[in-house]
Ligand binder design. Sequence first.
Ligand SMILES: Cc1cc2nc3c(=O)[nH]c(=O)nc-3n(C[C@H](O)[C@H](O)[C@H](O)COP(=O)(O)O)c2cc1C
Length: 338
Amino acid sequence: MLAQPAVRSVAAMTISTAFTDLVGCQVPIQLAGMGAASTPELAAAVSNAGGLGMLAAAVDNLSADIDAMLLAAPARPFGVNFLMPFFDRAQLDAIAPRVPLVEWYWSQPDPVLVGVAHDAGALAAWQVGSAAEAVAAAEAGCDFVVAQGIEAGGHVRGTIGLLPLLDAVLDAVDIPVVAAGGIGTARGVAAVLAAGASAARIGTRFVAAAESGAHPGYKQALIDADAADTVVTQTYCVWWPDSPHRTLRSAVDAAQALDDEFAGDVGGDGDPFQVPRFAVRPPNRATRGRIDAMALYAGQSVGAVRAITPAADILRELAEGTERLLTAAGRHPDRSRS
Ligand SMILES: Cc1cc2nc3c(=O)[nH]c(=O)nc-3n(C[C@H](O)[C@H](O)[C@H](O)COP(=O)(O)O)c2cc1C
Protein backbone atom coordinates (compact mmCIF):
# COMPACT_ATOMS: atom_id res chain seq x y z
CA MET A 1 0.00 0.00 0.00
CA LEU A 2 1.20 3.52 -0.76
CA ALA A 3 2.39 5.69 2.09
CA GLN A 4 0.14 8.45 3.43
CA PRO A 5 1.28 12.03 2.82
CA ALA A 6 3.34 13.62 5.57
CA VAL A 7 2.50 17.29 6.13
CA ARG A 8 5.38 19.48 7.23
CA SER A 9 5.60 23.20 7.95
CA VAL A 10 3.31 25.74 6.28
CA ALA A 11 6.20 28.16 5.91
CA ALA A 12 8.25 25.70 3.92
CA MET A 13 5.10 24.67 2.02
CA THR A 14 6.31 21.10 1.92
CA ILE A 15 3.99 18.13 1.68
CA SER A 16 6.00 14.96 1.29
CA THR A 17 4.70 11.94 -0.64
CA ALA A 18 6.12 9.11 -2.71
CA PHE A 19 5.70 11.43 -5.72
CA THR A 20 7.63 14.36 -4.23
CA ASP A 21 10.36 11.98 -3.09
CA LEU A 22 10.57 10.45 -6.58
CA VAL A 23 10.64 13.63 -8.67
CA GLY A 24 12.31 15.88 -6.10
CA CYS A 25 9.69 18.60 -5.70
CA GLN A 26 8.19 20.03 -2.49
CA VAL A 27 4.47 20.00 -3.20
CA PRO A 28 2.58 17.00 -4.65
CA ILE A 29 1.06 18.98 -7.52
CA GLN A 30 1.84 18.37 -11.17
CA LEU A 31 1.05 20.88 -13.89
CA ALA A 32 -0.62 19.12 -16.84
CA GLY A 33 1.20 19.33 -20.16
CA MET A 34 -1.25 21.35 -22.29
CA GLY A 35 0.06 22.32 -25.71
CA ALA A 36 0.63 26.04 -26.24
CA ALA A 37 -0.89 26.84 -22.82
CA SER A 38 2.16 25.18 -21.21
CA THR A 39 4.69 27.94 -21.81
CA PRO A 40 8.13 27.67 -20.22
CA GLU A 41 7.09 30.65 -18.07
CA LEU A 42 4.18 28.65 -16.66
CA ALA A 43 6.19 25.46 -16.16
CA ALA A 44 9.02 27.42 -14.49
CA ALA A 45 6.58 29.25 -12.20
CA VAL A 46 5.09 25.94 -11.04
CA SER A 47 8.49 24.27 -10.55
CA ASN A 48 9.94 27.32 -8.76
CA ALA A 49 6.92 27.34 -6.43
CA GLY A 50 7.61 23.73 -5.44
CA GLY A 51 5.38 21.77 -7.85
CA LEU A 52 6.26 19.83 -10.98
CA GLY A 53 6.18 22.02 -14.08
CA MET A 54 5.47 20.37 -17.42
CA LEU A 55 6.24 21.37 -21.00
CA ALA A 56 4.34 20.06 -24.01
CA ALA A 57 6.19 18.40 -26.90
CA ALA A 58 3.74 19.54 -29.57
CA VAL A 59 4.90 23.15 -29.72
CA ASP A 60 6.79 25.20 -32.33
CA ASN A 61 10.23 24.77 -30.75
CA LEU A 62 10.47 22.32 -27.84
CA SER A 63 14.24 22.63 -27.65
CA ALA A 64 13.94 26.41 -27.12
CA ASP A 65 11.25 25.82 -24.48
CA ILE A 66 13.60 23.45 -22.62
CA ASP A 67 16.39 26.06 -22.82
CA ALA A 68 14.04 28.68 -21.37
CA MET A 69 12.89 26.30 -18.64
CA LEU A 70 16.45 25.43 -17.59
CA LEU A 71 17.27 29.13 -17.43
CA ALA A 72 14.15 30.19 -15.52
CA ALA A 73 14.05 27.29 -13.06
CA PRO A 74 17.61 26.03 -12.69
CA ALA A 75 17.97 22.71 -10.86
CA ARG A 76 14.19 22.34 -10.50
CA PRO A 77 12.46 19.14 -11.64
CA PHE A 78 10.21 19.34 -14.70
CA GLY A 79 8.91 17.09 -17.45
CA VAL A 80 7.91 16.96 -21.10
CA ASN A 81 4.52 15.56 -22.14
CA PHE A 82 4.12 13.74 -25.47
CA LEU A 83 0.67 13.42 -26.99
CA MET A 84 0.84 10.17 -28.95
CA PRO A 85 -1.19 11.18 -32.03
CA PHE A 86 1.53 13.79 -32.65
CA PHE A 87 4.50 11.75 -31.37
CA ASP A 88 7.89 12.12 -33.02
CA ARG A 89 10.47 9.51 -32.01
CA ALA A 90 13.41 11.67 -33.18
CA GLN A 91 12.16 14.46 -30.91
CA LEU A 92 12.10 12.05 -27.96
CA ASP A 93 15.66 10.90 -28.68
CA ALA A 94 16.81 14.52 -28.85
CA ILE A 95 15.22 15.78 -25.65
CA ALA A 96 15.30 12.77 -23.27
CA PRO A 97 18.90 13.43 -22.14
CA ARG A 98 17.99 17.05 -21.33
CA VAL A 99 14.94 16.56 -19.11
CA PRO A 100 14.27 14.95 -15.70
CA LEU A 101 10.95 13.35 -16.75
CA VAL A 102 9.27 12.16 -19.95
CA GLU A 103 5.54 11.44 -20.00
CA TRP A 104 3.09 10.12 -22.60
CA TYR A 105 -0.65 10.17 -23.14
CA TRP A 106 -3.18 8.55 -25.46
CA SER A 107 -1.80 5.15 -26.41
CA GLN A 108 -1.03 1.76 -24.95
CA PRO A 109 2.06 2.20 -22.72
CA ASP A 110 5.20 1.22 -24.62
CA PRO A 111 8.21 -0.34 -22.82
CA VAL A 112 10.55 0.67 -25.67
CA LEU A 113 9.75 4.36 -25.20
CA VAL A 114 10.02 4.05 -21.43
CA GLY A 115 13.42 2.46 -21.99
CA VAL A 116 14.55 5.42 -24.10
CA ALA A 117 13.71 7.79 -21.23
CA HIS A 118 15.42 5.59 -18.64
CA ASP A 119 18.53 5.06 -20.78
CA ALA A 120 18.83 8.84 -21.03
CA GLY A 121 18.56 9.17 -17.23
CA ALA A 122 14.98 10.50 -17.17
CA LEU A 123 11.99 9.29 -15.21
CA ALA A 124 9.06 7.96 -17.26
CA ALA A 125 5.31 8.28 -16.71
CA TRP A 126 2.05 7.62 -18.56
CA GLN A 127 -1.37 9.24 -18.18
CA VAL A 128 -4.03 6.52 -18.34
CA GLY A 129 -7.80 6.19 -18.27
CA SER A 130 -8.27 2.69 -16.87
CA ALA A 131 -6.77 0.28 -14.36
CA ALA A 132 -5.75 -2.06 -17.21
CA GLU A 133 -3.80 0.74 -18.84
CA ALA A 134 -2.21 1.59 -15.48
CA VAL A 135 -1.03 -2.02 -15.12
CA ALA A 136 0.40 -1.85 -18.64
CA ALA A 137 2.22 1.37 -17.72
CA ALA A 138 3.70 -0.23 -14.62
CA GLU A 139 4.71 -3.33 -16.60
CA ALA A 140 6.28 -1.08 -19.24
CA GLY A 141 8.55 0.24 -16.48
CA CYS A 142 6.95 3.61 -15.74
CA ASP A 143 8.04 5.29 -12.51
CA PHE A 144 4.56 6.68 -11.87
CA VAL A 145 1.19 6.72 -13.51
CA VAL A 146 -1.43 9.45 -13.88
CA ALA A 147 -5.03 8.26 -13.44
CA GLN A 148 -7.31 10.56 -15.44
CA GLY A 149 -11.01 10.62 -14.56
CA ILE A 150 -13.71 11.78 -16.96
CA GLU A 151 -14.02 15.07 -15.07
CA ALA A 152 -10.79 16.17 -16.79
CA GLY A 153 -10.47 19.04 -19.20
CA GLY A 154 -9.05 18.35 -22.65
CA HIS A 155 -9.04 14.86 -24.14
CA VAL A 156 -10.57 12.20 -21.94
CA ARG A 157 -9.04 8.77 -22.15
CA GLY A 158 -11.37 6.67 -19.97
CA THR A 159 -15.02 6.21 -19.17
CA ILE A 160 -15.26 6.47 -15.37
CA GLY A 161 -15.01 9.17 -12.75
CA LEU A 162 -11.81 9.94 -10.88
CA LEU A 163 -12.64 8.36 -7.51
CA PRO A 164 -13.65 4.91 -8.82
CA LEU A 165 -10.72 5.01 -11.25
CA LEU A 166 -8.29 6.01 -8.51
CA ASP A 167 -9.63 3.21 -6.32
CA ALA A 168 -9.06 0.65 -9.07
CA VAL A 169 -5.64 1.96 -10.09
CA LEU A 170 -4.37 2.11 -6.49
CA ASP A 171 -5.37 -1.53 -6.07
CA ALA A 172 -3.76 -2.52 -9.36
CA VAL A 173 -0.27 -0.98 -9.24
CA ASP A 174 2.39 -0.33 -6.63
CA ILE A 175 4.06 2.67 -8.26
CA PRO A 176 3.01 6.21 -7.23
CA VAL A 177 -0.35 7.30 -8.66
CA VAL A 178 -1.14 10.89 -9.59
CA ALA A 179 -4.85 11.79 -9.71
CA ALA A 180 -6.19 13.98 -12.54
CA GLY A 181 -9.57 15.36 -13.50
CA GLY A 182 -11.78 17.98 -11.94
CA ILE A 183 -9.32 18.98 -9.21
CA GLY A 184 -9.20 22.76 -8.84
CA THR A 185 -9.24 23.44 -5.13
CA ALA A 186 -7.36 22.38 -2.00
CA ARG A 187 -10.31 20.17 -1.06
CA GLY A 188 -9.80 18.18 -4.24
CA VAL A 189 -6.07 17.86 -3.70
CA ALA A 190 -6.49 16.85 -0.06
CA ALA A 191 -9.20 14.34 -0.99
CA VAL A 192 -7.10 12.46 -3.53
CA LEU A 193 -4.04 12.49 -1.26
CA ALA A 194 -6.13 11.15 1.62
CA ALA A 195 -7.47 8.45 -0.71
CA GLY A 196 -3.96 7.27 -1.48
CA ALA A 197 -2.84 9.27 -4.52
CA SER A 198 0.71 10.58 -4.32
CA ALA A 199 -0.07 13.84 -6.13
CA ALA A 200 -2.76 15.79 -7.97
CA ARG A 201 -2.40 16.84 -11.60
CA ILE A 202 -3.98 20.19 -12.40
CA GLY A 203 -4.82 21.43 -15.89
CA THR A 204 -7.74 23.84 -16.26
CA ARG A 205 -6.87 25.92 -13.21
CA PHE A 206 -3.44 26.66 -14.70
CA VAL A 207 -4.83 27.47 -18.16
CA ALA A 208 -6.05 30.68 -16.54
CA ALA A 209 -2.70 31.42 -14.85
CA ALA A 210 -1.05 34.68 -15.84
CA GLU A 211 1.90 32.80 -17.40
CA SER A 212 -0.21 30.42 -19.51
CA GLY A 213 -0.13 30.87 -23.27
CA ALA A 214 -3.91 30.55 -23.60
CA HIS A 215 -5.73 33.38 -25.37
CA PRO A 216 -7.11 36.03 -22.95
CA GLY A 217 -10.62 35.36 -24.29
CA TYR A 218 -10.23 31.67 -23.41
CA LYS A 219 -9.12 32.57 -19.87
CA GLN A 220 -12.11 34.89 -19.47
CA ALA A 221 -14.48 32.15 -20.67
CA LEU A 222 -13.05 29.86 -17.96
CA ILE A 223 -13.57 32.57 -15.33
CA ASP A 224 -17.18 32.99 -16.46
CA ALA A 225 -17.97 29.24 -16.38
CA ASP A 226 -19.07 26.88 -13.62
CA ALA A 227 -18.54 23.14 -13.19
CA ALA A 228 -21.85 22.36 -14.89
CA ASP A 229 -20.88 24.31 -18.02
CA THR A 230 -18.60 21.65 -19.55
CA VAL A 231 -19.46 18.74 -21.80
CA VAL A 232 -17.68 15.68 -23.21
CA THR A 233 -17.96 15.86 -26.98
CA GLN A 234 -16.20 14.91 -30.21
CA THR A 235 -16.92 18.30 -31.79
CA TYR A 236 -13.31 19.45 -32.19
CA CYS A 237 -12.22 16.63 -34.48
CA VAL A 238 -10.17 18.38 -37.20
CA TRP A 239 -6.50 17.23 -36.98
CA TRP A 240 -7.37 14.60 -34.31
CA PRO A 241 -10.61 12.69 -35.08
CA ASP A 242 -12.61 10.20 -32.99
CA SER A 243 -11.33 11.37 -29.61
CA PRO A 244 -13.64 12.48 -26.79
CA HIS A 245 -12.72 15.72 -25.08
CA ARG A 246 -14.22 17.97 -22.39
CA THR A 247 -14.78 21.60 -23.37
CA LEU A 248 -17.03 24.49 -22.45
CA ARG A 249 -20.54 23.83 -23.80
CA SER A 250 -20.74 27.47 -24.92
CA ALA A 251 -17.85 26.87 -27.34
CA VAL A 252 -19.52 23.83 -28.88
CA ASP A 253 -22.74 25.84 -29.35
CA ALA A 254 -20.84 28.74 -30.93
CA ALA A 255 -18.87 26.45 -33.26
CA GLN A 256 -22.02 24.69 -34.41
CA ALA A 257 -23.70 28.04 -35.11
CA LEU A 258 -20.67 29.38 -37.01
CA ASP A 259 -21.42 29.92 -40.67
CA ASP A 260 -17.82 29.76 -41.89
CA GLU A 261 -15.26 27.13 -42.86
CA PHE A 262 -12.71 28.79 -40.57
CA ALA A 263 -13.00 30.06 -37.01
CA GLY A 264 -9.92 32.27 -37.29
CA ASP A 265 -6.18 32.17 -37.84
CA VAL A 266 -2.88 31.99 -35.97
CA GLY A 267 -0.26 34.67 -36.59
CA GLY A 268 2.70 35.35 -34.30
CA ASP A 269 6.31 34.34 -34.95
CA GLY A 270 5.65 31.08 -36.79
CA ASP A 271 4.07 30.49 -40.22
CA PRO A 272 0.53 31.89 -40.17
CA PHE A 273 -2.26 29.41 -40.78
CA GLN A 274 -6.04 29.30 -40.69
CA VAL A 275 -7.95 27.51 -37.93
CA PRO A 276 -10.75 25.40 -39.38
CA ARG A 277 -14.09 25.33 -37.62
CA PHE A 278 -13.95 22.31 -35.26
CA ALA A 279 -10.11 22.31 -35.16
CA VAL A 280 -8.62 20.46 -32.16
CA ARG A 281 -6.27 23.34 -31.38
CA PRO A 282 -7.31 25.66 -28.51
CA PRO A 283 -6.71 29.40 -29.00
CA ASN A 284 -3.38 30.80 -27.81
CA ARG A 285 -2.02 34.35 -27.58
CA ALA A 286 -1.36 34.44 -31.35
CA THR A 287 -4.85 33.25 -32.36
CA ARG A 288 -7.35 35.67 -33.89
CA GLY A 289 -10.99 35.34 -34.83
CA ARG A 290 -13.91 33.63 -33.13
CA ILE A 291 -12.12 32.59 -29.96
CA ASP A 292 -15.48 31.77 -28.36
CA ALA A 293 -16.11 29.06 -31.00
CA MET A 294 -12.72 27.34 -30.74
CA ALA A 295 -11.79 24.33 -28.58
CA LEU A 296 -12.08 25.82 -25.09
CA TYR A 297 -11.02 22.72 -23.14
CA ALA A 298 -12.16 22.81 -19.52
CA GLY A 299 -12.52 20.28 -16.74
CA GLN A 300 -15.21 20.19 -14.09
CA SER A 301 -12.59 22.02 -12.03
CA VAL A 302 -13.47 25.16 -14.01
CA GLY A 303 -15.70 26.45 -11.21
CA ALA A 304 -12.50 27.07 -9.23
CA VAL A 305 -11.19 29.48 -11.88
CA ARG A 306 -12.18 32.91 -10.61
CA ALA A 307 -9.42 35.24 -11.83
CA ILE A 308 -6.21 35.36 -13.82
CA THR A 309 -3.51 34.95 -11.19
CA PRO A 310 0.18 34.06 -11.14
CA ALA A 311 0.79 30.30 -11.10
CA ALA A 312 2.79 30.58 -7.86
CA ASP A 313 -0.29 32.03 -6.13
CA ILE A 314 -2.43 29.12 -7.36
CA LEU A 315 0.15 26.64 -6.14
CA ARG A 316 0.49 28.36 -2.77
CA GLU A 317 -3.30 28.46 -2.30
CA LEU A 318 -3.60 24.75 -3.11
CA ALA A 319 -0.60 23.70 -1.00
CA GLU A 320 -1.53 25.72 2.08
CA GLY A 321 -5.17 24.69 1.90
CA THR A 322 -4.24 21.05 1.44
CA GLU A 323 -1.93 21.21 4.42
CA ARG A 324 -4.66 22.74 6.59
CA LEU A 325 -7.21 20.12 5.53
CA LEU A 326 -4.88 17.14 5.98
CA THR A 327 -3.75 18.39 9.36
CA ALA A 328 -7.38 18.89 10.46
CA ALA A 329 -8.13 15.36 9.25
CA GLY A 330 -5.45 13.97 11.55
CA ARG A 331 -2.64 13.47 9.08
CA HIS A 332 -0.27 15.58 11.15
CA PRO A 333 3.52 15.16 10.80
CA ASP A 334 3.64 13.31 14.12
CA ARG A 335 1.54 10.60 12.53
CA SER A 336 3.43 10.75 9.27
CA ARG A 337 4.35 8.08 6.77
CA SER A 338 5.37 4.70 7.97
C1 LIG B 1 -6.24 22.94 -22.41
C2 LIG B 1 -5.88 21.53 -22.06
C3 LIG B 1 -4.96 20.86 -22.86
C4 LIG B 1 -4.56 19.55 -22.52
N1 LIG B 1 -3.59 18.95 -23.27
C5 LIG B 1 -3.06 17.79 -22.84
C6 LIG B 1 -1.91 17.24 -23.48
O1 LIG B 1 -1.39 17.79 -24.45
N2 LIG B 1 -1.39 16.10 -22.96
C7 LIG B 1 -1.93 15.47 -21.87
O2 LIG B 1 -1.40 14.47 -21.41
N3 LIG B 1 -3.06 15.94 -21.28
C8 LIG B 1 -3.61 17.09 -21.72
N4 LIG B 1 -4.70 17.61 -21.07
C9 LIG B 1 -5.35 16.84 -19.96
C10 LIG B 1 -4.56 17.01 -18.66
O3 LIG B 1 -3.39 16.24 -18.69
C11 LIG B 1 -5.36 16.58 -17.41
O4 LIG B 1 -5.76 15.25 -17.49
C12 LIG B 1 -6.57 17.46 -17.12
O5 LIG B 1 -6.28 18.81 -17.36
C13 LIG B 1 -7.02 17.28 -15.68
O6 LIG B 1 -8.28 17.84 -15.45
P1 LIG B 1 -8.51 19.38 -15.06
O7 LIG B 1 -8.39 20.14 -16.34
O8 LIG B 1 -9.89 19.41 -14.49
O9 LIG B 1 -7.46 19.78 -14.08
C14 LIG B 1 -5.14 18.90 -21.40
C15 LIG B 1 -6.07 19.59 -20.62
C16 LIG B 1 -6.45 20.88 -20.93
C17 LIG B 1 -7.43 21.60 -20.05
